[in-house]
Design a protein around this ligand. Structure first.
Ligand code: SF4
Length: 328
């Protein structure tokens, strides 16, 4: 399969033919001030994203502007579509996250082969509460350390020198930690692709801030209907949000979609997702994953309390092939 043709930006950065988009974001000059209202900041942001070229005389960059907006959102949190509205300098919202806590960071060799070695940064906390979470010890309880921005930016440089192909922001979920990520990138100068490895329950505002920062969206498309999402991840309006964000990601960068096939969910979840992708994002790379195992509270839910059958996985892959998806 010609992944190079589909994920052309990602491979152009690896080949040294293109800069990671966050480095370009630092070159775009924008005038704004702390006294600007959030409406004025968004207006300047959207115009700068459209313009995407240097503006002589301006002292700040588009990345600075994104950091200022993210700092405001942090005080009235709506990074994800739960839209808790809390001031996270004081309290946590549904995801439990105040400041970013890093549970682990390492060169990951277990991701898709085109991504490894991947410098993977696992944040603690998550806006989802999946009853089968395979990382529940970091996503459903706070379990990590605050790492200064400067230290993590130096770690990125060090890991690149050790062979990392990319920076893989994950968790839990990276969404609550966007201000932290932007501040780290402000201090980085390494030409290395940035990966947003997420459940994609981001707000529209988060998706706008990611544009011009993220090179590859590594998405986790879990459910083909809202009932399963509510029951198993305790989240509302799943499909509306996640489909919207996949369309944005597909337009804004390269996209590699992951779907974990779950027992008894091939008809209600896997096949509708495959149908949607083949219709709306036919040029994305898709990983149909078979490694489901009952974890955390999965034993309390009879439909997902056993491992996946081989026949279920084969049915999922056959269907995805029939629909013409580019599988990895
Ligand atoms: S990121 Fe956390 S605090 Fe912010 S809206 Fe989402 S769940 Fe709530």
């Amino acid at each position: 399969m010609d992944y190079r043709r589909i994920l052309k930006n990602y491979f152009a950065i690896l080949d040294g033919k293109k800069k990671a988009v966050y480095l370009e974001c630092k070159q775009i000059r924008v005038d704004f001030s702390k006294s600007d209202s959030i409406r004025e900041l968004w207006s300047k942001h959207d115009k700068a994203v459209e313009r995407w070229k240097s503006e002589e005389g301006a002292q700040k960059t588009l990345l600075d502007l994104k950091i200022e907006i993210a700092t405001r959102i942090f005080r009235n949190c709506h990074f994800c579509e739960r839209r808790c509205g809390v001031d996270r300098t004081k309290v946590a919202g549904n995801c439990m996250v105040k400041e970013a806590l890093i549970a682990s960071e390492f060169l990951h060799m277990g991701e898709e082969y085109i991504l490894i070695p991947s410098y993977t940064i696992f944040f603690s906390g998550c806006p989802f509460h999946c009853v089968f979470c395979q990382n529940w010890d970091i996503s459903q309880m706070l379990n990590g350390l605050y790492v200064e921005h400067e230290i993590l930016s130096k770690m990125i440089e060090k890991r690149k020198s050790q062979g990392a192909l990319n920076v893989n922001w994950v968790g839990g979920d990276p969404t609550p930690n966007l201000p932290y990520i932007l501040k780290v990138l402000k201090l980085c100068e390494t030409n290395i692709p940035q990966i947003w490895n997420s459940n994609m329950y981001c707000s529209m505002e988060t998706m706008k801030l990611l544009k011009g920062v993220i090179d590859l969206y590594l998405t986790d498309f879990k459910y083909g209907n809202n009932e399963c999402a509510e029951r198993l991840s305790k989240v509302e309006n799943y499909l509306e949000v996640v489909e919207r964000n996949h369309l944005i990601a597909y337009k804004d960068g390269d996209m590699l979609v992951r779907h974990l096939v779950m027992p008894n969910h091939v008809e209600c979840c896997t096949k509708p997702i495959v149908d949607w992708l083949s219709k709306n994002a036919p040029m994305s790379v898709v990983n149909v994953m078979e490694q489901y195992r009952p974890e955390y509270k999965a034993y309390e839910y009879p439909d997902i309390s056993r491992p996946l059958k081989r026949s279920e996985y084969e049915d999922a892959v056959r269907y995805a092939k029939e629909k013409g998806l580019c599988l990895i």
